[in-house]
Design a protein around this ligand. Structure first.
Ligand SMILES: [Zn+2]
Length: 200
Protein backbone atom coordinates (compact mmCIF):
# COMPACT_ATOMS: atom_id res chain seq x y z
CA UNK A 1 0.00 0.00 0.00
CA UNK A 2 1.49 3.27 -1.15
CA UNK A 3 0.33 6.86 -0.67
CA UNK A 4 2.97 9.56 -1.33
CA UNK A 5 6.08 9.01 -3.45
CA UNK A 6 8.38 12.00 -3.39
CA UNK A 7 11.94 13.05 -2.68
CA UNK A 8 10.52 15.98 -0.70
CA UNK A 9 9.21 14.05 2.32
CA UNK A 10 5.45 14.55 2.62
CA UNK A 11 3.30 13.36 5.46
CA UNK A 12 6.23 11.65 7.18
CA UNK A 13 4.61 11.88 10.58
CA UNK A 14 1.77 9.71 9.25
CA UNK A 15 4.21 7.22 7.72
CA UNK A 16 2.51 7.62 4.37
CA UNK A 17 5.48 8.71 2.31
CA UNK A 18 8.35 6.99 0.53
CA UNK A 19 11.17 8.67 -1.38
CA UNK A 20 11.23 8.14 -5.15
CA UNK A 21 14.68 6.54 -5.08
CA UNK A 22 13.62 4.16 -2.28
CA UNK A 23 10.51 3.18 -4.23
CA UNK A 24 12.55 2.29 -7.32
CA UNK A 25 15.09 0.31 -5.28
CA UNK A 26 12.22 -1.56 -3.60
CA UNK A 27 10.61 -2.50 -6.93
CA UNK A 28 13.91 -3.62 -8.41
CA UNK A 29 14.71 -5.57 -5.25
CA UNK A 30 11.47 -7.52 -5.64
CA UNK A 31 12.26 -8.14 -9.31
CA UNK A 32 15.76 -9.37 -8.46
CA UNK A 33 14.32 -11.64 -5.76
CA UNK A 34 12.05 -13.26 -8.35
CA UNK A 35 8.70 -11.86 -7.26
CA UNK A 36 5.90 -11.89 -9.80
CA UNK A 37 3.86 -8.68 -9.98
CA UNK A 38 0.18 -9.56 -10.27
CA UNK A 39 -3.17 -7.97 -11.04
CA UNK A 40 -6.10 -8.38 -8.60
CA UNK A 41 -7.71 -10.97 -10.88
CA UNK A 42 -4.64 -13.21 -10.29
CA UNK A 43 -4.75 -12.83 -6.52
CA UNK A 44 -6.59 -16.01 -5.65
CA UNK A 45 -4.17 -18.13 -7.69
CA UNK A 46 -1.19 -16.45 -6.06
CA UNK A 47 -1.74 -17.11 -2.35
CA UNK A 48 1.42 -18.30 -0.62
CA UNK A 49 3.45 -17.77 -3.78
CA UNK A 50 6.24 -15.31 -4.40
CA UNK A 51 3.86 -12.71 -5.73
CA UNK A 52 3.32 -9.03 -5.07
CA UNK A 53 0.55 -6.59 -5.88
CA UNK A 54 1.30 -2.88 -5.85
CA UNK A 55 -1.60 -0.70 -4.70
CA UNK A 56 -1.86 3.09 -4.50
CA UNK A 57 -4.47 4.89 -2.35
CA UNK A 58 -6.05 8.30 -3.02
CA UNK A 59 -3.70 8.86 -6.00
CA UNK A 60 -1.66 11.88 -5.16
CA UNK A 61 0.01 13.74 -8.01
CA UNK A 62 3.45 12.84 -6.65
CA UNK A 63 2.62 9.11 -6.77
CA UNK A 64 1.45 9.54 -10.36
CA UNK A 65 4.57 11.46 -11.41
CA UNK A 66 7.21 9.57 -9.44
CA UNK A 67 5.94 6.00 -9.15
CA UNK A 68 3.13 5.18 -11.56
CA UNK A 69 4.98 6.51 -14.62
CA UNK A 70 7.98 4.42 -13.51
CA UNK A 71 5.89 1.23 -13.24
CA UNK A 72 4.45 2.00 -16.68
CA UNK A 73 7.97 2.35 -18.12
CA UNK A 74 9.01 -1.09 -16.85
CA UNK A 75 5.68 -2.79 -17.57
CA UNK A 76 4.61 -3.63 -14.01
CA UNK A 77 0.88 -3.87 -13.20
CA UNK A 78 -0.58 -1.87 -10.33
CA UNK A 79 -3.84 -1.00 -8.68
CA UNK A 80 -5.25 2.46 -7.93
CA UNK A 81 -7.91 2.96 -5.24
CA UNK A 82 -9.65 6.22 -6.07
CA UNK A 83 -12.14 8.31 -4.11
CA UNK A 84 -14.03 10.37 -6.71
CA UNK A 85 -14.17 13.32 -4.28
CA UNK A 86 -10.40 13.87 -4.58
CA UNK A 87 -10.21 14.05 -8.39
CA UNK A 88 -8.99 17.50 -9.47
CA UNK A 89 -8.34 18.68 -5.90
CA UNK A 90 -4.97 20.23 -5.12
CA UNK A 91 -2.28 17.57 -4.78
CA UNK A 92 -4.40 14.83 -6.38
CA UNK A 93 -4.68 13.58 -9.96
CA UNK A 94 -7.09 15.35 -12.29
CA UNK A 95 -9.63 14.03 -14.83
CA UNK A 96 -7.03 13.80 -17.60
CA UNK A 97 -4.72 11.69 -15.43
CA UNK A 98 -7.64 9.51 -14.35
CA UNK A 99 -8.35 8.88 -18.02
CA UNK A 100 -4.71 7.85 -18.53
CA UNK A 101 -5.10 5.33 -15.71
CA UNK A 102 -8.32 4.02 -17.24
CA UNK A 103 -6.62 3.64 -20.62
CA UNK A 104 -3.60 1.79 -19.24
CA UNK A 105 -3.64 -1.99 -19.57
CA UNK A 106 -1.36 -2.19 -16.50
CA UNK A 107 -3.70 -0.27 -14.19
CA UNK A 108 -6.73 -1.65 -12.35
CA UNK A 109 -8.95 0.99 -10.77
CA UNK A 110 -10.71 0.21 -7.52
CA UNK A 111 -13.19 2.10 -5.36
CA UNK A 112 -12.13 3.88 -2.18
CA UNK A 113 -15.41 5.42 -0.97
CA UNK A 114 -17.32 8.11 -2.82
CA UNK A 115 -16.09 10.78 -0.40
CA UNK A 116 -13.42 8.94 1.65
CA UNK A 117 -15.32 8.76 4.93
CA UNK A 118 -14.52 6.66 8.00
CA UNK A 119 -17.19 3.96 7.83
CA UNK A 120 -17.74 2.98 11.45
CA UNK A 121 -19.78 6.03 12.38
CA UNK A 122 -21.87 6.30 9.22
CA UNK A 123 -25.57 5.49 9.20
CA UNK A 124 -26.69 2.46 7.16
CA UNK A 125 -27.91 4.77 4.41
CA UNK A 126 -24.59 6.64 4.34
CA UNK A 127 -22.72 3.34 4.17
CA UNK A 128 -24.79 2.27 1.17
CA UNK A 129 -24.08 5.58 -0.58
CA UNK A 130 -20.34 5.57 0.20
CA UNK A 131 -19.90 1.97 -0.93
CA UNK A 132 -22.11 2.07 -4.03
CA UNK A 133 -20.34 0.25 -6.83
CA UNK A 134 -22.56 1.67 -9.57
CA UNK A 135 -21.90 5.24 -8.40
CA UNK A 136 -18.14 4.58 -8.29
CA UNK A 137 -18.34 3.21 -11.83
CA UNK A 138 -20.26 6.27 -13.06
CA UNK A 139 -17.88 8.75 -11.46
CA UNK A 140 -14.66 6.92 -12.32
CA UNK A 141 -15.79 5.85 -15.79
CA UNK A 142 -14.91 2.17 -15.67
CA UNK A 143 -15.96 -1.19 -14.30
CA UNK A 144 -14.97 -1.69 -10.64
CA UNK A 145 -14.51 -5.04 -8.90
CA UNK A 146 -12.27 -4.07 -5.98
CA UNK A 147 -12.79 -1.82 -2.98
CA UNK A 148 -10.34 -0.55 -0.34
CA UNK A 149 -11.79 0.95 2.81
CA UNK A 150 -10.57 4.46 3.57
CA UNK A 151 -8.42 4.29 6.75
CA UNK A 152 -8.93 0.52 6.49
CA UNK A 153 -8.31 -0.56 10.08
CA UNK A 154 -10.49 -2.72 12.32
CA UNK A 155 -11.38 0.52 14.10
CA UNK A 156 -12.42 2.25 10.86
CA UNK A 157 -14.38 -0.68 9.48
CA UNK A 158 -17.17 -2.24 11.54
CA UNK A 159 -18.25 -5.76 10.57
CA UNK A 160 -21.51 -4.54 9.04
CA UNK A 161 -19.60 -2.29 6.60
CA UNK A 162 -17.26 -5.16 5.71
CA UNK A 163 -20.21 -7.47 5.00
CA UNK A 164 -21.88 -4.80 2.86
CA UNK A 165 -18.66 -4.26 0.89
CA UNK A 166 -18.30 -8.00 0.41
CA UNK A 167 -21.75 -8.12 -1.23
CA UNK A 168 -20.95 -5.21 -3.52
CA UNK A 169 -17.40 -6.07 -4.66
CA UNK A 170 -15.32 -9.10 -5.66
CA UNK A 171 -12.40 -8.24 -3.42
CA UNK A 172 -12.21 -5.92 -0.39
CA UNK A 173 -8.99 -4.53 1.08
CA UNK A 174 -8.02 -3.29 4.53
CA UNK A 175 -4.92 -1.56 5.85
CA UNK A 176 -4.07 -4.46 8.18
CA UNK A 177 -0.31 -4.44 7.91
CA UNK A 178 0.81 -7.94 6.91
CA UNK A 179 1.15 -10.20 3.91
CA UNK A 180 -1.69 -12.13 2.31
CA UNK A 181 -1.85 -15.87 2.87
CA UNK A 182 -4.31 -18.55 1.80
CA UNK A 183 -5.90 -18.23 5.23
CA UNK A 184 -7.17 -14.77 4.32
CA UNK A 185 -10.63 -14.37 2.90
CA UNK A 186 -10.72 -12.11 -0.12
CA UNK A 187 -13.01 -9.65 1.60
CA UNK A 188 -10.67 -7.93 4.09
CA UNK A 189 -7.25 -8.36 2.57
CA UNK A 190 -4.22 -7.05 4.44
CA UNK A 191 -1.73 -4.71 2.77
CA UNK A 192 1.78 -3.81 3.87
CA UNK A 193 2.19 -0.07 4.29
CA UNK A 194 5.24 0.92 2.25
CA UNK A 195 7.00 4.04 3.49
CA UNK A 196 10.50 5.33 4.12
CA UNK A 197 10.64 3.39 7.38
CA UNK A 198 9.24 0.03 6.29
CA UNK A 199 11.11 -0.10 2.97
CA UNK A 200 14.29 -1.20 4.78
ZN1 LIG B 1 -7.39 6.83 1.38
Amino acid sequence: MIHHVSDDPINEEMNLSIRTTEFKIFINGLLDAGYQFIKPSQLEDSFDRKACMITFDDIFKDAMTNAITYLESINIPYMCFVSPVFIGKEGYIDERELKNLRDSSLCTIGGHGISHKLFRFLTSQEKIEELCRERHEQLLGCEIEDFAFPYGSIYACDSKSIKMAQREYKRVYSTLNCKVTSRDKIWFLPRINLNSKTVY
